[in-house]
Design a protein around this ligand. Sequence first.
Ligand code: FAD
Length: 458
Amino acid sequence: MGSTSVVAEAAAKLAASFKGQVLQPADSGYEDARKVHNGLVDKRPALIARCHGVSDVVAALDLARKLGIEVAVRGGGHNVAGRATIDGGVMIDLSPMRAVGVDAKRKTARAQGGATWADLNPATQEHSLAVTGGVVSATGIGGLTLGGGIGWLMGKYGLALDNLRAIELVTADGKVLQVDKQSEPDLFWALRGGGGNFGIATNFEFDLHAVGPTVVGGPIVHPIEHASDTLRFFRDATQSLADEQILFAALTHAPDGSGTPVAAMVTCHCGPLAEAERAVQSIRQFGTPMVDGVGAVAYEQLNTALDASFPKGALSYWKSHFLTELSDGAIETMIDCFARCPTPMGQFLIEHLHGAVTRVGVSETAFPHRKEGYNFLILAQWTDHADTTACIEWARETAKLMQPFFAAGRYVNYLDDDETGDPVRAAYGLNYRRLQQIKAQYDPTNVFRMNQNIRPLA
Ligand SMILES: Cc1cc2nc3c(=O)[nH]c(=O)nc-3n(C[C@H](O)[C@H](O)[C@H](O)COP(=O)(O)OP(=O)(O)OC[C@H]3O[C@@H](n4cnc5c(N)ncnc54)[C@H](O)[C@@H]3O)c2cc1C
């Protein structure tokens, strides 16, 4: 890192033409700006460049290059591994860049690189349109889309990245490229799954689809004593879902603060309402739920329903793996492990992937996880630093005990920062080598390495 006075001098020069704000550690606003979603991440950048447009992004990148210091790029700041920030480097903060424009006639939307789903969903829903997005609205469209994009609409419309038309990208050498299938086919392929490895996405253009404004969805909650039956029912129900319906399961805690452990399912059906009501009947009729929150709901509202369970600043540690299958053994092991959960904010989530997301070829985009099946997430979340060791140990121990049920693939967007082995190579499988080649072409010196890093092919 350059000395403090060199950085200060460079920051002053940058600020002269910068449209946004350049923050150093002593500046007011710095403490707030350096925070990301995960309260466990406590990094102190030498500079935070809060960009207001593409020229700010180019200038901030140029400054980092001249100073010879590392960069991190912040979209929504939700990455659990804290890849949006960096000790002693430049945080290129896109969070002031959140403008969204919808072309209802063409059914497309453009969103700046720092927008969140809370910015994009309401804008598209004004026209009863939507694109697959994250299930928690504060998540950035940037990191989520570049790494994949699992959400309520993926059975019908694929992942967020399957709906990309184009990206405006600032590359490692400061060029601004319009990237789409025709103009930069290799780069466009790599951006759809390769995360922040290839540049800074300042604008995304998505295809939109007719959705809502009312869909049928919500949670259905059973006593934890019925967890085994609930998860078996979930497994059976996921065998015959229509593309329009997504069903996830969770072992979690009642959101009323009582700490009561529960087994839950949560669903969304984006098809015609009568059809959707019929499709969710069997889920609603199973067992004797403590809470049946499934019903007609605004799509926009469903996408904020889980927000309160993931408050900003909570301490988080995640593990996630695809499962080979949701076997009885996997179910019983999960239930045993959940019984030892040391935090009332901890949960296991099982995401089921099917439909459109699985009809894209493994190598059609960089995102290779195209098989119907289950992704298992261990979501340790707590608020008291005194609980950190117990919560992290629980997550690690669970991952160890669940290991026999794990498939090889990993979803990059859920990786934490202490993974062993080579999780990024494992995450991309057969696509990793092509990604390395494209990385060598567009970022040979690995400027963009504060991410789930793809090493440029030597
Ligand atoms: C509470 C919660 C809910 C989630 N729900 C979902 C979900 O429903 N579906 C799902 O698929 N994932 C989900 N995720 C995971 C999410 O996809 C990742 O955390 C993702 O990295 C978040 O993107 P972000 O822009 O908010 O993150 P950031 O932390 O800002 O960035 C993450 C990575 O992406 C890079 N990046 C971000 N924006 C850009 C950009 N514009 N250009 C270039 N690089 C960029 C960053 O440099 C960093 O490496 C969730 C995460 C959390 C914490």
